[in-house]
Design a protein around this ligand. Sequence first.
Ligand code: NAD
Length: 267
Amino acid sequence: MTRDRIRVAVFGAAGRMGATVCRAVLDAPDMELVAVVDPPHEGRPLDDFGVAGTGLTLQMLGPAVKKAEPSVAVDFTTVDAARGNLRWCALNGVHAVCGTTGLTSGDHQDLSALFDGERANAVVAPNFAIGAVLMMQLAAIAAPWFESAEIIELHHDNKVDAPSGTALLTAQRIAETSTEWTPDPTRTSAVEGARGGEGPAGIRIHSVRLRGLVAHQEVLLGTTGQSLTIRHDSYDRTSFMPGVLLAVREVANRPGVTLGLDTLLGF
Ligand code: NAD
């Protein structure tokens, strides 16, 4: 018996992540790329963005996309675009996999109301790299044994939001493990922002933007006489694809909104 292939639409298909997702979907034997959405590039062939031979043209989100009958849409766009795109998915009964970063906890609440598990579900993850999910998990396990924590996230020089969603989520998870984090000793700063931004429980987050990088993060944990550094590096956008494809395969089975990849990985 042959299984129906999962019909996938990609939102932001002309972008760096979107084009990589298109290639991953095309390479997945159980998936079919049925629509590509990217309004700023409407009417241009997907071939122009390094994804050859599909015959697909970039389009606006609307009836034509619905007509292509996607069962899952993958969104890697901008935070403003993602809010509208996700709403469209919920109202049109299309499951959503969203990797766009910058969504707030208020957005997550709105999504829970939209994706009620009846018509459509959503998986929203600020980081689809399985190694990064493990980094957060390991940091949360280690954190109760330390008194100070700082996070350094390093990304390419086109990233428009800071800190990264992963850094913020890591800080939240570390903060939840203890109430006894050492206060910041800084009394004077010659350069504003030298101590980074203040995240949950006062945990400092430092955002580096550097040409040549992709996505990297270090979690520094310190206690008397010792420190532990947990580091993850995504060297290439393909690092996110196993996680994205896992979410595409799983989203139909996860009622409502799933935040992060953890539960999909069995944590
Ligand atoms: P990019 O700028 O290369 O691509 C964004 C694309 O979205 C562009 O082609 C743009 O034209 C398109 N777009 C804008 N408005 C749109 C709309 N309304 N509908 C559809 N498409 C629209 O950016 P990128 O590097 O591909 O990153 C995209 C997002 O993914 C960012 O938020 C980034 O932080 C995030 N990201 C997440 C992960 C993860 O694992 N979750 C990994 C890498 C990047």
